[in-house]
Structure formats: C-alpha cells, structure tokens
Write a protein of this length. Structure first.
Length: 156
C-alpha cells in the first residue's frame, strides 16, 4: 500500500462518523440518556482523531500523486484548502466533546446545554464536510466534476 491508499482508507471516517454520532446524540438528547450522549461524544472525538490522521496521510498522498499523469494540482489544492478549514472545526468538535464528557461525568446542571452546543457545532461541521468530500472525490472521479479539470499531463 502507498500513501494515497492509506488516505483513501482513512478519509471517510471523519465525515461518516459525524452522521452516526449526530444521530446518536440527537436520540440521546431526546431520550435524556447520558450514556447515548457520551457514546456520541466518543464518536466525535474519534472523528477528530481520524480527521487529523486523514490530513497527515493526505499531505503524503498529495506528494505521491501530484506527479502522476491525469491529476490536477488545482483540484488537489482546492481539496487541501477545504480539508484544512474542516479540520479546524473538527478540533472544536473534539474539544467540545471532551468537555461534554467531563460535564456529564460531573453530572453538571449544564450538561444538556453542552450537548446542544456540541450538536450545533457538529451540524456546522457536517455542512462543511460536503465540499471536502466532493472536492476529494473530484480529484480522481472526473464524472462528478461540474467542469473538466485542466491536467498537468503535457500529453493531453
């Protein structure tokens, strides 16, 4: 396996995990079930960690594929920029989830308020995950691009 392969294996966890986590968090909040809310927080922390690993493998994958024919440096750069913005928000998701776990552990009276805060941050992260996932897919899947990419391959 090469670095691009590692990136493709890892990069789905942060986005898909957010969907599972928000469903569990929403249901836990509805049922006022601290265990479900804590499970969602752990999922969000895992998503943050996997997002960081995805960024690290993405940097290495970029260097691996940028010299290959058929890859557009502009598309890779667009994806990288979107991922960097998304990752900043993922740090907020992870940190608020850690705080949420602590608040739940202490059985603080603001625990429900904290879960609403985490829920809101995750909704924003989900919205920002769209451009990251789409721009990543467009690097290799020309069929999903709105406009054809200009490649760096001089033979084309």
């Amino acid at each position: 396996m090469n670095q691009a392969h590692y990136h493709m294996l890892i990069n789905h966890f942060p986005i898909i995990g957010l969907f599972f986590g928000i469903a569990i968090l929403g249901y836990g909040m509805f049922k006022k079930n601290a265990l479900l809310i804590n499970i969602a927080y752990v999922i969000f922390i895992f998503c943050m960690i996997m997002g960081k690993i995805s960024m690290m493998t993405g940097d290495k994958a970029e260097h691996f594929v940028e010299e290959m024919p058929g890859f557009s440096h502009d598309l890779i750069h667009e994806h990288e920029e979107a991922a960097e913005g998304f990752m900043k928000l993922m740090y907020v998701v992870g940190l608020t989830s850690i705080l949420g776990l602590f608040v739940n552990y202490k059985k603080h009276k603001k625990a429900l308020l904290m879960s609403f805060l985490v829920f809101t941050v995750v909704v924003v992260a989900l919205i920002l995950s769209g451009p990251v996932g789409t721009s990543g897919g467009e690097i290799r899947h020309s069929e999903i691009r709105e406009t054809p990419a200009v490649t760096t391959d001089p033979a084309k």
